[in-house]
Design a protein around this ligand. Structure first.
Ligand code: C2E
Ligand code: MG
Ligand code: MG
Ligand code: MG
Length: 278
C-alpha cells in the first residue's frame, strides 16, 4: 500500500518506513480502544515453593487478543501503551481483573501483578490498588506487586512514598528481573522488598556457568540476610531446578512447572499441579 502511494511522489524516507509508521499509528489507535473493546486477557503462570514444589501462586501476564494480529505478547504493546498513556487504564483493568480472578480460586494462593514504571507517574496508584482489593474482596496478603529496577531509576521521593503506601495496604512488593538493570544492589537499600526475582538470564546459564551459579547463590544469600524470599525465574529443566534449590532460592517459576495459561485452564491445574521432586 505504502509502495503504491509512494510511486512518483517525492519522499524523504523509504516506503518501508512509511508502512511501518502507518502500522504503528494504526496499532496506537487500536490500542487506545482495546480496553473498552475487552481485547485484553490475563494468562497465569504458576509459582512454586522450591523446597516442596508446592503451588504458592500465579503471576498474571497480560496478552492482547488483537482482532487482526492474534494474541500479542506484552513486548509488542506494553511499551507503546506506556508512551501513549494507555497503560493507566490498562493497568487498572489488569489489577481489577487479577484480583477478581484470584478471589475465585479454590485455594488462597497468591496472585502476582506486574506494575510498569509509567504507572508510578500517576497519582493515586495505591488508591487504585486498594479499590481493586475492596471490589474483589481479596485479602491484601494474597496480592504481590512486581516492579523492575527501572521503577527506581529516577530515585524520586514520589515513587518511594507510593511503594510505602502500597506496602501499608498489606500487599507484597517484589523486585522483578533482578540483576538486569544498573547498580541493582543500591535499589535493595532504597526499599524493603518482600521478594527478589532473579532474572532468567542467570538461571538459564547455571548448568554450564559456575559464575552464574555463584551469582544466584550470592543473591539468594543476600535475600535471606535481608529477610526477602528469592524466586528463580525461567526454570526450564530439572537440572536447573536442582541447582537453584541447592543454591538457596526459596521459590521457582518457569516452564518446568507450567507455562502461562488462560484463566480457563486454572481449575484443572488446581486439581493436579505439577509436583516435582529433584
Ligand atoms: P516478567 O514479569 O519477568 O514475566 C516473566 C516472563 O518470562 C513472561 O513473559 C513469561 O512467559 C516468561 N517465562 C516464564 N517462564 C519461562 C521459562 O521457563 N522460559 C522462558 N523462556 N520464558 C519464561 P511474557 O508473558 O511475555 O511477559 C514479558 C514481560 O512483560 C514480563 O516479564 C513483564 O515485565 C511484562 N508484563 C507482562 N504482563 C504485564 C502486565 O500485566 N503489566 C505490565 N506492566 N507488564 C507486564
Ligand atoms: Mg514479573
Ligand atoms: Mg520477571
Ligand atoms: Mg524476567
Amino acid at each position: 500500500k505504502a509502495k503504491m502511494e509512494g510511486r512518483g511522489t517525492c519522499r524523504s524516507f523509504e516506503p518501508g518506513m512509511d508502512a511501518r509508521l502507518q502500522e504503528r499509528r494504526q496499532l496506537e489507535a487500536e490500542l487506545a480502544e482495546a480496553v473498552a473493546n475487552n481485547q485484553f486477557v490475563l494468562h497465569y503462570q504458576p509459582l512454586h515453593d522450591a523446597a516442596t514444589s508446592e503451588l504458592t501462586g500465579f503471576e498474571a501476564l497480560v496478552r492482547w487478543n488483537h482482532p487482526r494480529l492474534g494474541l500479542l505478547a506484552p513486548s509488542e504493546f506494553i511499551h507503546l501503551s506506556e508512551e501513549t498513556g494507555v497503560i493507566d487504564g490498562l493497568g487498572e483493568w489488569i489489577m481489577r481483573q487479577a484480583c477478581a480472578d484470584a478471589a475465585q480460586w479454590p485455594l488462597p494462593v497468591k496472585v502476582a501483578v506486574n506494575l510498569s514504571p509509567a504507572q508510578f507517574k500517576q497519582q493515586g496508584l495505591a488508591l487504585q490498588v486498594a479499590a481493586a482489593l475492596a471490589a474483589s474482596n481479596l485479602l491484601p496478603s494474597r496480592l504481590e506487586l512486581e516492579i523492575t529496577e527501572s521503577v527506581l531509576l529516577a530515585h524520586n521521593e514520589h515513587t518511594i512514598r507510593t511503594l510505602y503506601n502500597l506496602r501499608d495496604l498489606g500487599v507484597g512488593i517484589a523486585m522483578d528481573d533482578f540483576g538486569t538493570g544498573y547498580s541493582s544492589l543500591s535499589y535493595l537499600r532504597s526499599f524493603p522488598f518482600n521478594r527478589i526475582k532473579i532474572d532468567r538470564s542467570f538461571v538459564s546459564l547455571m548448568c554450564e556457568s559456575s559464575e552464574s551459579r555463584a551469582i544466584v547463590k550470592a543473591v539468594a544469600d543476600l535475600g535471606s540476610t535481608l529477610g526477602m524470599t528469592t524466586t528463580a525465574e525461567g526454570v526450564e529443566t530439572e537440572d536447573q531446578y536442582r541447582l537453584v534449590k541447592e543454591n538457596g532460592c526459596t521459590d521457582v517459576q518457569g516452564w518446568l512447572f507450567g507455562r502461562p495459561m488462560p484463566a480457563s485452564d486454572l481449575p484443572a491445574f488446581f486439581e493436579a499441579p505439577r509436583a516435582l521432586t529433584v
